[in-house]
Design a binder for this molecule. Sequence first.
Ligand code: GRG
Length: 308
Amino acid sequence: MPVTTTRPNPSAQPPFDLAGFLATRTETVNRALDRLLPPPTAKPTTIHRAMRYSLFARGKRMRPALCLAAAAACGGKEPDAMPLACAVECIHTYSLIHDDLPAMDNDDYRRGKLTNHKVFGEGVAVLAGDALLTQAFEIAAGCKSWPRYPHQQIILELARASGSLQLIAGQVADLEGEGKKLSAAELKYIHERKTSALLCCSVRLGGMSANCSPAQLKALTDFGYHVGLAFQVIDDILDVTQTSEKLGKTAGKDTKAQKATYPSIVGLERSRTIAAQLTGRAFKALKVFRGNAAALEALAEYLLKRDR
Ligand code: GRG
């Protein structure tokens, strides 16, 4: 069944070339990451090769894209947002490496390749994750400072989103929920932290890099929160509807691990409706940008309709 979206008046807006946006931004983000990370030849080479192995695999680069799109919506300059887009991608990649470890989800494939610990061993994979997390803060410390958002604010933003009350909290609740029957509210608690927090942080940082107004930051927070929740609902749906080849990671893992997901609690159709409703809430949050958030809108729609 096609998913209906509530994208505001799409025909009234000039079409946004999302494919072009994603292709060009993926390239510029990759180039920036390559510049910002120690080269693979830096000693000890094992750790730098391991960091780069996962970072430059087939990731969708959605968090950097959201960061850059949010900066554009606030009238910012892309080079100012770029280090923050890279910092978020480093944190995201760290979380994937650790999530795949035998002590966590114990997965063999990620981003279309063998997982980090399968190639480099568990010890180096833990350290590669740690190094990427630390790298994110080094990158953020080296970025520009903005009148409304000095470095302290930027570092705090990254630390809060990745800390024990958000990303880590979500992962802990996810681990503790395995094999248990969770309510929809408990599942939402996990999704808010495990997924939405970092997506929300991505758009907020994009806005901050444009020295956005408090009203714009509030709108981006609202947008990021809802897009983040929709993202995880879709992720859960794809886990049961797509192949491992398409996803680049093992499909059907949630069912196997007896994880509570939206499809397992409310069924596939209702899950699709919920994802569309959440995306609708995200679109509404963009009103304040008065038509200047075409990239964010297109990304939200794409994330709802994605197949990987
Ligand atoms: C501290 C030991 C330790 C572990 C922390 C925080 C954490 C491990 C894991 C985070 C949990 C996690 C992986 C959440 C899922 C979020 C999600 C849906 C990720 C997939 O994102 P995509 O589809 O991936 O954007 P790509 O590969 O395309 O970037």
